[in-house]
Design a binder for this molecule. Structure first.
Ligand code: FES
Length: 108
């Protein structure tokens, strides 16, 4: 397998009902993860970009959280509708989106 140019981690962490911390699962991360996989296939980027479902990355209250390396850019509040823009502008265009980046309070 070729080393990917970019690696996208999508938080898919859930927590039991009544848990004091919210989770990305409570905020729709499953649909976001599916949309990343769909775009990866539609754009035929398997040799350049890797998408991995992962556990909690910290900013649970701001989720769904998505982290892109090698830049180390953390997106928050990502919806299914945002995923195409992340592909267009960041993953293929090399310009991380400002509007979705989590505040430095959580990642900085
Ligand atoms: S549950 Fe997704 S960042 Fe914590």
């Amino acid at each position: 397998m070729a080393k990917p140019e970019k690696h996208v981690f999508v938080c898919t962490q859930g927590r039991p009902a009544g848990h004091p911390r919210s989770s990305c699962a409570d905020r729709g991360c499953a649909a976001v993860y599916d949309e990343f996989l769909w775009n990866l296939q539609e754009r035929n980027l398997f040799n350049r970009i890797q998408v991995t479902a992962t556990g909690c990355m910290g900013p649970c209250s701001e989720g769904p959280s998505v982290l892109v390396y090698p830049e180390g850019v953390m997106y928050s509040g990502v919806t299914r509708a945002d995923v195409a823009a992340i592909f267009d502008e960041h993953l293929e265009g090399n310009h991380p989106l400002e509007r979705l980046q989590v505040s430095s309070e959580f990642w900085g």
